[in-house]
Structures are given as structure tokens and as C-alpha cells.
Write a protein that binds this ligand. Structure first.
Ligand code: SF4
Ligand code: SF4
Ligand code: SF4
Ligand code: FES
Length: 798
């Protein structure tokens, strides 16, 4: 894109061609009032308050693109009269309940009313009765709603659920004479506002909004019309202290702010009241927004005997089992302890197979990471997703996928065995291809056959890819014709690769082809790291594959049927030695974008932590865990920056100033990547008499921490006590003759699992799934090694 210069109120501003005037002004710290516009979403022109003059003509700053040499004036007498009239209209019949409204103090209606000095009212209309609505985790009060449509816009353009829409308000018409008397834009805005309200679909099964419950509509609402049901009337906004941090539930580690204050008059301990986000730059899913109360409330104290016991356990341990839901600093301390004590450091989740996949990629690519980020997905106009149940594996990447479809007029392909209605809902320009399990390699060859060119792709690979028969991939009708349509005028290509690959028997071949595609096609590739900090753990720790006989410590790993854990160090609150949970810790994560992001503690913890154990074992006197931040390994791209020097915000120019990006080489060398028969496909046939089960989590559940939180439990289908079970599509449940809560037996060879049925209307087709968030579901007994798909017999129990 070309750099251009525009002048706003006499200030020369450099920007990129095609940028909206409003964003240019914001980048240059020039204020233009704006209510309805959301950065990264399409302008709706609902409020019209951003009126400016551009080259002498009236224009809406959120919708008018800057042109080279353009002169913009943000305020004239006419503009101010329009803005004032608009604000007066917004204030017509707005309830005077600011004293108790949840938004009071940070309400945009309040702020602009003051900004425009609205101290009298020229307009009036009879009010209509508008009852409040219960949307489950959200609460909608239409009388407070100013119909800016930000909730509708965000849900559609960012989240991709399209769960909200405008519906008729049922009010009286505006007096006709006002059309002549009022400023033009104010009348048009009022006319629109007066006709509509926000409507939603409520699920008959759960009484919640029938959507993925991200709560982003709460975040973007400028007034108190949509609020969190649990938060409502619990605190004034100005009483809450904001603590910027990172979500700890998945590998995006999204930026968020915990809002805390004392628990009650009797209890001065801080409590998290809600989570907010910088919605113009970063969107949360429901786990980040509602799953915040997982702190370790074990009333831990500094018990010297317990500390001594933990130190002794470490000294005699043969194995320490961890997962990817720990900070970089905890990973470094554990690695230091391993170096000194010689135990096996074993990852009990997808982190180890991810580590092996990344190393297989590095062996071929001669660089550690692929070149894509969440941001490259946002800015692409053609996106392919393979090997991931994107909706639940990484919601932030799903939002980026959706956003690129909506804002860049994009198109995409979604390859996955599980039929996903939410992905279908992202738009008509995405083809969903529900291939069979074990066909991931074939999918990559298919992508090469479709997108690689003779100029760029080595001939033998392209020839092989083109020689394969793809008829068994279950391509939708008119695939070729639709793809031709999708690809028109597309310029920026992205490929998302997910965790189905890492546990595949063919993981090495898949890693090889990912490197080939990245090097020899136009695709930028984003690899989704499976758990919150799997990437950090895989970089910092030298992981072992197997346990040996002897004492085994579980670090946030519970004793279970599958693992012989002798001693539990636990942030869940029921361990042998209690440590702080991630909302009680300072530290860093290495997220999916190879960014080291800071995590701040929202709540206190009065016991010991891993740093205290390490001090005893290693004879050190390190005061805080975050003193390790600047010692993260520089040979892996970490920088010698102290925790307190890490930034944690976004700029008005939409720049992410959070921590830093790993300092690594991301360019391919000229070295030729060889191709041999070992990279070719080996067909695996499914047993037609068995059913396929997938390992995944339901929407907004990720791990034992999300499982602990109260609000997410309320999303549980039919209140099945928030225990995992076998999740089935409504159609498959009908085929099996089972209903919610019925029991089924799953049989794999000699292993049986008895589970309750949970019907999930956010999947379709015959593949059911088993979750990992609930430790009581012993899923490992029925899965072959690490692959996410398995075949079983499912029998209904009476
Ligand atoms: S919670 Fe999220 S998905 Fe549901 S209506 Fe609100 S923005 Fe849309
Ligand atoms: S509910 Fe809030 S965000 Fe939605 S239209 Fe009303 S005021 Fe705007
Ligand atoms: S769970 Fe993932 S996508 Fe959701 S808010 Fe947390 S980091 Fe972001
Ligand atoms: S911000 Fe431009 S029309 Fe609302």
C-alpha cells in the first residue's frame, strides 16, 4: 500500500492509502467524536456524530477513506450543531438511572453529553414500554440502548456468530415537521433509532443466548444496555481497580483487564468482579471474559514444614510431570531444577507432541517457526484452516479468520472431519470440507495441487500432488466452480495449522509439507500451539518422553487413573502443596504469535510458590518468580528484559505494545528441501463398523481452570453438573436414540468408558467428541497414542 499525506485541522498526517479518516486522526491524537465505529469492523453509520469536512464536503470520518493531499476539518459551526442535536436525541427518554447503572462513570453517552455540553432538550417523543431481557450470561435493557449497533457489528464482523440483529421497536413515528426543523443527520439518526431494538435468539435447551457466548457484546456496548448478568448492580465502575494481564486459557493469551475491589464490607480481600478488554484491538472469547474465578482459595499459608516436604520430594523425584498451562518463569525454574537434580521433565498434554512437531519443522525449514501470526490472518483475504477444530481450539484465530472474511471480502477453506455449523455461519465464502481422519497429509497435497505454481514449487512435489486422486476428500458440490469464484482478486493468503497434526502418525511428514507450502507458495503459515504456554514450555524446557520408575511429582497435574502421581503441587487447591493459580501470579507466556506477554496477578496468594522451593533446593535467594524473566534463554529468542520493563498496551495506531516478539530468524535459506518417497501418503482405512470420536473441548472450556469457574458452569448444557461426557450432535444423538444425560458405553479393544451424553448443537454429523477439561473423564484409555481421532463402539445403556 502507498503512503499518503492528509492534513487534519492543519496537522500533516502520514498514513496508508485506504485508511479511514477517523483512524488517521486517532493515530495522530486528533479527537473526532465517534460512537458506532469499531476498529477492525465495518462502519455502520448508525450515529453520524463523526461528521467532518473533507476537501470542503461533508463526510463521515469512520467511513470516508483518506486520500493523498486531502484537507480535513473536524469542527465547524454546522458540524457542532449536528453533533449537539444528535446527542440531544440520544438523551430523549434515556432513563435517569445513572446512579445505579453499571456503565456510569465510563459511559460514552454520559461522556459525550458532557463533551457537547447538552444542558437542555429540544426534542420529545412518547416513550414505549421495553421490558428487559435475560440472555443467560448477558442481560439486555432496551430502554438504555442507543441503537449504535456495535453489539450487532462486533458479533458479525469480529466474532462471526451473527446472533444479534435489529428488530422493530414498535414505537410511534417521529413527528413529520421535525424533518424540516431538525439538523438533517440528527433527524436521520433518530428516525433509525426510533424504529429498532436489538433482538437475539435464545436457546430453548439452555435459556442462554444461542451463540458462542463470548460476551464481546457486553464489552462494546457504550452504555449499560448489555451487561454481564453476574456483574449487574455489584459495583460502580470507578470503584474497580484495573489490572492489565493476559488470558491464561489458550495459546492466544489475549490481553485483558481484571477489574478488582474488596470482596465485601467484612472481607477486604480483593475479588475479581469482571474482565474487560480493549475491544477495538483485541477480542475475548467467553473463557477469557467469564472464566476468571479459578484462583486457588486454599487459604494457603507459609507453612515451613510443607515447604521442607516439597523440597525433599523434589530432591528424591525421578519425574516431574507438567503441562503447557504454566508461565515461562515456572518453566525456567523447573528446567533449572531438572539440570541440578536430574529428574525427567515430562509434559502430560499436547505440549510434547507439539514440541516434536516444531522440531521436525525446524529440521526441514532450518528456522524455528513459521511466518504467520494472528494479525496476518486478520489482514489476509484467503484463509485455509487445516487440522484444528478452530472454533474451540483457538477462538481468537477463529475471530481473525471471520474478520478477514467480513472486512477484506475474503474467502476460505476449512478442512476438518467434524462438521461445524459455527464455521458455516462465518459466511458463504467459506467451503467446509469434512474429510476423514488420517487424511491430513492428503489435504496438504491437495492444497499444493490447487495453489502451487510451477515457478515456485519443486517439480517432483507438484507432479506428485497433481497425480493424487482427491475424490475421497468429501469435497462439497461445485467445489471447483466455487473456488474459482472465491479466488477472484485475492492477494494475501494464510494457512492455519492445528493440533490434529501433532499427534498424527504422520506428524513428521506433515511438518515437512508445512515447511514446503510456506517456502514454495504465497501462504503465510500460522501454527496453533495447543495449550496456553506450550510454545514457551517447549522452548525453555528440555522435555523427556517417558517416566521412569520412582517418585513422580505432578505440577498442576492431578492424580488420575492414567498417571501414577505420588505428590501433587497444585494451583487447583486440593494438592499436597498449594501454589498460586495463574490469576494470582506474575510472569509471562509465549503466545501463538511468538510474543512474550506479561501476566499480572489480580488476587493475592499467601502461601509458597515454586520459586521458594527452588531457592531451597538450589540454595538461592531470588525474591520473586519474575526475577527470572530477564534470564529466559536468549538462544531461543528471549530478550534480557526485566518483567517490570515489559510494556502492556495497544496504541491508538492499533499497535500491540505487549512484551516483545521472540528475536528469531524467520527467513528461509536458499537450501533446497529434498523430496523422497518417505514424504508420500500411506493410506489408512477406517473401520466402517465403528464410530469416530475426537478429542476436543466444548465451547469456552479448555482445562481444569476453566472447569473450576462459576459462570462458565452456567453455560453447561441442561445443567449436567458441569461434568464432561460424550458430546454428540443433535442428529447423531437421534440416530443413537439418546438424550441429554443418558448413559452410553464406549468400547475400545478391552477398555470401556461409561459416560453421560451431552448434546451439543454447535457440532453436526456423526463424529462425537470427548473433552479434556474434566479430569474425571479418563479419555486416554480409548485413544491410540496421541492422535486426536479414535474409533470405538458406542452402546446406549439403560
Ligand atoms: S455473546 Fe458474543 S456471540 Fe453471543 S451475541 Fe454477544 S457478541 Fe455475539
Ligand atoms: S445494546 Fe449497546 S451496543 Fe447494542 S445497540 Fe444498544 S447501545 Fe449499542
Ligand atoms: S481462551 Fe484464548 S481466545 Fe479466549 S480470551 Fe483466552 S486467550 Fe483469548
Ligand atoms: S462513528 Fe461514524 S457514523 Fe458513527
Amino acid at each position: 500500500m502507498n503512503e499518503i499525506t492528509v492534513t487534519i485541522d492543519g496537522k500533516e498526517c502520514k498514513t496508508q492509502e485506504g485508511e479511514f479518516i477517523l483512524n488517521v486522526a486517532r493515530e495522530n491524537d486528533i479527537f473526532i467524536p465517534a460512537i458506532c465505529y469499531l476498529t477492525r469492523c465495518s462502519p455502520t453509520l448508525a450515529c453520524r456524530i463523526c461528521l467532518v469536512q473533507a476537501d470542503g464536503k461533508n463526510a463521515y470520518a469512520c467511513n470516508a477513506k483518506a486520500k493523498d493531499g486531502m484537507e480535513v476539518i473536524t469542527s465547524t459551526e454546522e458540524i457542532e450543531a449536528e453533533r449537539r442535536a444528535i446527542m440531544e436525541v440520544y438523551d430523549v427518554n434515556h432513563p435517569l438511572e445513572c446512579g445505579v447503572c453499571d456503565q456510569s462513570g465510563e459511559c460514552e453517552l454520559q461522556n459525550y453529553t458532557l463533551e457537547m455540553k447538552i444542558d437542555s432538550q429540544n426534542y420529545a417523543i412518547k416513550d414505549t414500554h421495553k421490558p428487559t431481557q435475560d440472555w443467560g450470561l448477558m442481560h439486555y435493557d432496551p430502554s438504555l440502548c442507543i441503537m449504535c449497533e456495535r453489539c450487532v457489528t462486533s458479533c458479525k464482523d469480529m466474532i462471526g456468530d451473527t446472533a444479534l440483529k435489529t428488530v422493530p421497536r414498535g414505537s410511534e413515528k417521529l413527528p413529520a415537521e421535525l424533518k424540516e426543523e431538525m439538523p438533517k443527520d440528527a433527524y436521520a439518526m433518530w428516525n433509525k433509532l426510533n424504529k429498532s431494538l436489538i433482538g437475539s435468539a435464545i436457546s430453548s435447551e439452555t435459556n442462554n443466548l444461542d451463540c458462542t457466548n463470548c460476551g464481546e457484546c457486553i464489552a462494546v456496548c457504550p452504555v449499560g444496555a448489555i451487561v454481564g448478568t453476574d456483574f449487574q448492580y455489584t459495583s460502580n465502575a470507578w470503584e474497580l481497580t484495573k489490572i492489565p494481564s493476559a488470558c491464561s486459557h489458550c495459546s492466544s493469551a489475549c490481553h485483558l483487564e481484571y477489574e478488582v475491589k474488596h470482596t465485601s464490607i467484612e472481607n477486604s480481600d480483593n475479588k475479581i468482579y469482571r474482565v474487560k478488554n480493549e475491544f477495538h484491538y483485541s477480542s475475548l472469547c467467553g473463557a477469557g471474559r467469564f472464566g476468571f474465578d479459578y484462583q486457588n482459595q486454599s487459604d494457603a499459608t507459609k507453612d515451613a514444614d510443607k515447604l521442607a516436604e516439597a523440597v525433599e520430594k523434589f530432591k528424591s523425584a525421578k519425574n516431574v510431570v507438567i503441562d503447557g498451562v504454566i508461565t515461562n518463569e515456572e518453566a525456567l525454574i523447573l528446567q533449572n531444577l531438572k539440570n541440578k537434580l536430574g529428574f525427567n521433565l515430562v509434559a502430560n498434554d499436547e505440549t510434547l507432541i507439539f514440541d516434536k512437531f516444531v522440531k521436525a519443522y525446524e529440521k526441514v525449514a532450518k528456522k524455528p517457526f513459521t511466518n504467520g501470526t494472528t494479525e496476518t490472518i486478520h489482514s489476509s483475504d484467503f484463509v485455509i484452516s487445516v487440522g484444528t477444530a478452530l472454533k474451540t481450539d483457538n477462538p481468537a484465530v477463529r475471530y481473525a479468520f471471520n474478520n478477514s472474511m467480513k472486512i477484506n471480502k475474503g474467502a476460505g477453506l476449512y478442512f476438518h472431519p467434524v462438521v461445524d455449523p459455527v464455521i458455516n455461519g462465518l459466511g458463504k465464502n467459506i467451503a467446509q470440507i469434512n474429510h476423514q481422519p488420517h487424511q491430513e497429509l492428503k489435504v496438504l497435497y491437495f492444497i499444493i495441487s490447487l495453489f502451487a505454481t510451477e515457478e515456485k514449487m519443486p517439480k517432483e512435489i507438484l507432479d506428485y500432488a497433481k497425480s493424487l486422486d482427491y475424490a475421497d476428500l468429501n469435497l462439497p458440490d461445485k467445489f471447483d466452480a466455487n473456488l474459482t469464484k472465491f479466488l477472484k482478486k485475492k492477494e494475501k493468503f494464510s494457512l492455519i495449522v492445528g493440533q490434529d497434526f501433532y499427534g498424527s502418525d504422520e506428524a513428521e511428514k506433515l511438518a515437512y509439507l508445512v515447511a514446503i507450502i510456506e517456502k514454495h507458495t504465497d501462504f503465510e503459515v500460522l501454527v496453533i500451539s495447543p495449550n496456553t504456554n506450550s510454545l514457551g514450555v517447549s522452548l525453555i524446557c528440555d522435555l523427556n518422553e517417558n517416566l521412569t520408575d520412582g517418585l513422580t511429582i505432578g505440577y498442576n497435574i492431578k492424580k488420575s487413573d492414567n498417571l501414577n502421581i505420588d505428590y501433587e503441587i497444585s494451583a487447583f487447591g486440593d494438592g499436597d502443596f498449594n501454589i498460586p493459580a495463574l490469576n494470582q501470579q506474575e510472569g509471562t507466556f509465549t503466545n501463538i504469535d511468538k510474543r512474550v506477554v506479561p501476566l499480572n496477578s489480580a488476587l493475592s496468594f499467601n502461601g509458597y510458590n515454586l520459586n521458594d522451593i527452588a531457592n531451597e533446593v538450589l540454595n538461592l535467594d531470588v525474591e520473586n518468580t519474575i526475577d527470572y524473566t530477564k534470564y529466559l534463554p536468549t538462544d531461543k529468542g528471549y530478550k534480557n528484559i526485566a518483567f517490570d520493563d515489559l510494556e502492556n498496551y495497544f496504541t491508538n495506531a492499533q499497535e500491540e505494545k505487549r512484551g516483545y516478539i521472540l528475536d528469531i530468524n524467520s527467513e528461509f535459506s536458499d537450501e533446497v528441501i529434498s523430496f523422497s518417497d518417505s514424504n508420500k501418503i500411506k493410506e489408512t482405512k477406517l473401520d466402517a463398523n465403528l464410530k469416530v470420536i475426537y478429542l476436543a473441548n466444548p465451547i469456552n472450556q479448555f482445562n481444569g481452570f476453566t472447569h473450576k469457574t462459576e459462570q462458565l458452569a452456567k453455560l453447561d448444557r441442561e445443567q449436567l453438573n458441569n461434568h464432561g461426557g460424550l458430546y454428540l450432535s443433535p442428529a447423531f444423538a437421534k440416530e443413537l436414540g439418546v438424550s441429554n444425560g443418558d448413559k452410553v458405553k464406549i468400547t475400545k479393544a478391552n477398555n470401556n468408558l461409561e459416560l453421560q451424553v451431552i448434546i451439543d448443537n454447535k457440532i453436526d454429523g456423526e463424529i462425537s467428541y470427548l473433552p479434556t477439561f474434566d479430569n474425571s473423564v479418563s479419555y486416554k484409555t480409548i485413544f491410540d497414542k496421541d492422535y486426536r481421532f479414535t474409533q470405538v463402539k458406542i452402546t446406549k445403556l439403560n
